[in-house]
Design a protein around this ligand. Structure first.
Ligand code: FES
Length: 148
């Protein structure tokens, strides 16, 4: 936990203000939709090649994402990416939300440094996986009993 705080403090340093956009710093410091959603209709957790994990929960109403929540043990830019992907997904039809790409997240954050771009990919992949779980369970509701 203190690692996370140290990282956030580092994000705020004046040097980093040149590296990260104001949007990235805002979403890293004030993440939207942080936290799990009980009785979610879709859930996925993915560990990226960097070893960080992103988890996304979805509440879906009539194939529209009513609520999205995320958690990550990753860096400040993965927090910003999780925050942004859940904001982008909320209110969208699942077919539209499935199209939210790494680039869409990067654009919405006004960019990330090259070495952090994979955080946006992890967020996009986790959202897609959570939507696919929702679609699977919708087709075969008995599967819900086997998923957390
Ligand atoms: Fe791994 Fe950001 S460094 S998700």
């Amino acid at each position: 936990m203190s690692d996370g705080l140290d990282e956030l403090e580092e994000l705020l340093s004046s040097e980093n203000r040149k590296t990260y956009s104001a949007k990235v710093i805002d979403h890293a410091m004030n993440p939207r939709n942080l936290g799990l959603i009980e009785n979610a209709d879709g859930y996925a957790g993915i560990t990226g090649p960097c070893g960080d994990t992103m988890k996304i929960w979805l509440k879906v109403d009539n194939d529209q994402i009513a609520k999205a929540g995320f958690m990550t043990d990753g860096c400040g830019t993965s927090i910003a990416s999780g925050s942004m992907v859940t904001e982008l997904a909320t209110g969208k039809d699942i077919s539209e939300a499935l199209l939210i790409s790494q680039q869409n997240i990067l654009d919405a954050l006004n960019g990330l440094p090259e070495e952090n771009k994979h955080c946006a990919l992890l967020a996009s992949n986790t959202l897609k996986a959570a939507i696919k779980v929702y679609m699977d369970v919708k087709k075969e509701p008995w599967k819900k009993a086997y998923r957390k």
